[in-house]
Design a protein. Structure first.
Length: 814
């Protein structure tokens, strides 16, 4: 319901429940604030936002948390209001150093702006300033508590939005400050949300420290390429070099959310030591080459393989960290020139596996979900653990969602992950019995079983929770389903489960996609099962859809040439030793990427390409938002965009014409059939997708030799190639980390951060160990495995959850 009021003579209408500040912003009237951030609950500590209602003169009201009422007549600046704001500023300055010349916040500091606006030279109050200390040891974030004005924004953002509870007010009275428990260094998500909200220079970005002054920066908005959410980011550059990344701020002062990768992982957009010269292999040795030589060799080798074995002998892999235009051009080249339909992604394998099943079961009619669907849902259902690590900005998104009225969050996971802790209906299942649970869910949906509240059976399935979930699915609710793929291995059953639930939910959004996975698949058709425009491919139009089938085809000599764009099977797929041997069998291995990588050193041809901020084009986020990218950074000498490389390759392959020119690619993309992002909920009969057969459980049971069950979980600091090329994120990853139950931990007399050897039936690796109440007894969670050859050796393709044992590393084992 709308209400109407006047702000500084302007009539404005707002929803009931909006504050006076909201109304003023809507009317385009400026009210100063210090402790306000629209993402979190108003707090009312700074009183800078006081205003008056003409109907009730003489009372100053804080506009940031006073609800707007019908008929209010608000004035935002009077001599009394100005005096009150001046007094507040003077009080704040009693304990705030005026060290703007050395403060990184100078030039964008809300306090500095207000001090100038209200003409305050200094505070008239004379009390000795407290020394509250500076934290110079935490990674990435400097805390200078002498500059803190105790607005509480960082505490609220960390608790309410990030859900991390890392910092709080500590001490009392004049001693009050912001700190961690025991005032230890930060050990958190390092999302930097506290930096983005701090109105002064108390929390700052150490990567930016002393590099320049903010007024020298050029700011350009683009999209973060560390994961498929493609969050908007602002690249702050000076002389075309990145100095920092900040979240975008809207005209209304709303600040965007970023995670550690988005904020601090920017070195990977222009990493030192990146590939900058093509290489070719001559007489078994890689050597530097000119672009024409490298392109000609690639063209001739590809033509030879097509002539000898047919186009089907070629396959193309991409990390999906490219534009939709590039993905479209490459699929066109694959289908029309190479003559292959085998194009995929190791980095986005889980996402692609689930999409494959959904397309097979539901065709193109399923609703892939948009941001609006997510925000307007009554309930969000998350199937699978680790969503918050896979796409960290889901944390603030889900926490904001839960602030709405009567919103529900159902989470089904094999471990107590971040979201299960916040769920209104948490369903934690024994990792060894996932398939049993999914079968029970199917039975329950079909009405074949009855469940009672106390019926928690031997298999670790909480049937009361299962019954509640089934009851939710039967209600007339707007449900948004998020499917989290397993980090490695077979995600077919998750895809089948999603398909099974399709007629009971509004939208299904598979997670795990890389930067432009959704654009590459559903728009560009860079997929063995989808053509451009998201049209399912049939029969001979289909290529190999799974990585393990692709590797089998290489093993059998069916695939002879592999063209890899930014992907790296040796760093992202289980059992790298076997994969290396397979890649050695290829007649032709081409590696094209901005980055060095394990595959680069063994490729026959290496082509250095551009990073995302160096390119033009468009991308589509996992939530279906289309974004246009501009080239912000210059492409370094010796590198070319993926599209440019393709144009030269096509020419060298002696294909005449110019069908790969930018304008032609763009035109063809716009001419594609209707927007494949949207889609109606599947209209098939409710139970059409329930009758599938579960595969035999693929889990290897634990035994006396291997008494623990190991689950690989996604890394908060990123598992993809882009993140692995950030030194800052790598430092936070800091090798394989193992989390176990406190009882298991104590039983083995481990100490926190002990280095241990983890051994599975397939391999062994070193990692540091810690405990958490969130891990069930008998289970261990391992993170930071991609990019680690030892870590990847612990698994086999279908063994995502494996039995394991842990032993302390003795000195001689190091
Ligand atoms: S970086 Fe993020 S998690 Fe850490 S203290 Fe700041 S807001 Fe909290
Ligand atoms: S550190 Fe910054 S955000 Fe936190 S209370 Fe102090 S001034 Fe406010
Ligand atoms: S959630 Fe993903 S896209 Fe968003 S900032 Fe983090 S890594 Fe980047
Ligand atoms: S902004 Fe309203 S009290 Fe601080």
């Amino acid at each position: 319901m709308m209400i109407s009021l006047i702000v500084d003579g302007k009539e404005v209408q707002v929803e009931r429940g909006a504050t006076i500040l909201d109304a003023a912003r809507k009317a385009g009237v400026y009210i100063p604030t210090l402790c306000h951030d629209s993402r979190i609950t108003p707090y009312g500590s700074c009183r800078m936002c006081v205003v008056e209602d003409r109907n009730r003169r003489g009372r100053l009201i804080p506009s940031c948390f006073t609800p707007a009422r019908n008929g209010m007549d608000i004035i935002t600046e009077t001599p009394e209001i100005t005096a009150a704001r001046r007094t507040q500023l003077q009080l704040i300055l009693t304990n705030h150093p005026l060290d703007c010349p050395v403060c990184d916040k100078a030039g964008e500091c809300a306090l500095q702006d207000l001090v100038i606006r209200y003409d305050i030279a200094e505070s008239p109050y004379r009390i000795p300033k407290k020394d509250r200390g500076v934290d110079l040891v935490s990674p990435l974030i400097e805390r200078n508590m002498n500059r803190c004005i105790l607005c509480g924004r960082c505490v609220r953002i960390c608790n309410e939005l990030q859900g991390t509870h890392e910092i709080d007010f500590i001490h009392r009275g004049m001693e009050t400050t912001i700190g961690t428990d025991g005032n230890r260094p930060l050990d958190c998500d390092f999302c930097g949300q506290c930096i983005s909200t701090c109105p002064v220079g108390a929390l700052t970005d150490t990567m930016f420290k002393d590099t320049t002054r903010v007024w020298k920066l050029e700011q350009n908005e683009t999209a973060c390429s560390h994961c498929g959410l493609a969050c908007p980011i602002v690249l702050n550059t000076e002389n075309s070099e990145i100095r920092r990344v900040t979240p975008p701020v809207s005209d209304q002062g709303d600040i965007g959310n970023l995670c550690v990768r988005g904020r601090f992982g920017w070195v990977s957009y222009a990493p030192p030591g990146r590939l900058s010269t093509p290489r070719i292999t001559v007489n078994g040795k890689q050597q530097q080459a000119s672009w024409p030589d490298a392109i000609n060799m690639a063209a001739q080798s590809l033509n030879r393989i097509i002539d000898e074995y047919g186009g089907d002998a070629c396959a193309v892999l991409s990390s999906d960290a490219w534009t939709t235009e590039e993905a479209y051009a490459y699929q066109k080249w694959c289908r029309k020139i190479l003559g292959t339909h085998t194009m995929g992604s190791i980095a986005a394998e889980g996402y692609r596996q689930i999409v494959t099943i959904l397309v097979e079961q539901l065709g193109e009619t399923w609703n892939k979900g948009t941001l609006a669907d997510f925000e307007n849902a009554d309930a969000i259902v998350v199937i699978g653990g680790g969503a918050a690590e896979l796409h960290p900005v889901l944390k603030p998104m889900i926490n904001s969602f839960l602030k709405g009225n009567e919103k529900e969050l159902v989470v089904i996971s094999s471990w107590r992950d971040f979201f299960i802790e916040r769920a209104t209906l948490p369903i934690e299942i024994n990792p060894e019995l996932r398939e049993t649970f999914f079968s029970a869910l199917r039975e329950a949906l079909l009405g074949k079983t009855k469940h009672h509240r106390s019926d928690v059976n031997d298999f670790g399935i909480d049937c009361s929770a299962l019954a509640q979930f089934v009851s939710l699915l039967h209600q007339d609710k707007n449900i948004f389903l998020l499917i989290v793929p397993y980090l490695f291995g077979d995600n077919e059953q998750l895809g089948q489960l999603a398909a099974c639930l399709s007629s009971r939910v509004k939208a299904i959004l598979p997670l795990g996609g890389q930067f432009n996975s959704r654009g590459a698949l559903f728009h560009a058709g860079f997929s063995p099962i989808l053509q451009p425009g998201g049209v399912p491919a049939h029969g001979s139009q289909r290529g190999i859809a799974h990585a393990d089938e692709l590797f089998k085809a290489i093993e059998d000599g069916v695939i002879r040439a592999l063209y890899i764009l930014g992907d790296d099977p040796l760093e992202e797929y289980p059992d790298p030793e076997r994969i290396k041997k397979l890649l050695e069998k290829l007649d032709l291995l081409i590696y094209q990427s901005p980055y060095e990588g394990a595959v680069a050193s063994m490729a026959h041809i290496v082509l250095p390409s551009a990073t995302v901020p160096e390119k033009e084009g468009s991308v589509v986020s996992l939530f279906g938002e289309s974004k246009n990218l501009r080239s912000i950074l210059p492409m370094p000498d010796g590198t070319k965009s993926d599209l440019r490389i393709l144009q030269e390759l096509v020419k060298a392959m002696k294909h005449v014409g110019t069908p790969y020119r930018e304008e032609i690619i763009c035109r063809e993309l716009t001419e594609l059939k209707s927007d494949p992002v949207a889609g109606e909920t599947a209209s098939q009969s409710q139970d059409a997708h329930l009758e599938f057969t579960w595969k035999e459980e693929t889990i290897n049971r634990k035994s006396q030799d291997y008494p623990l069950t190991m689950i690989p979980i996604p890394s908060l600091f990123g598992d993809g190639m882009v993140s692995r090329n950030s030194p800052q994120l790598n430092e936070l990853r800091n090798g394989i980390s193992i989390l176990m139950n406190p009882d298991d931990f104590e039983e083995r007399s481990f100490k926190k951060k002990d280095m241990v050897r983890i051994t599975t039936p397939f391999g062994s690796a070193r990692g540091s160990v810690d405990y958490s109440l969130n891990v069930r007894k008998g289970t261990i969670l391992t993170a930071n495995i991609t990019g680690n050859a030892e870590g990847l050796s612990l698994f086999r393709e279908h063994s995502r959850i494996v039995p394991a044992k842990l032993t302390r590393i003795e000195d001689h084992d190091c």
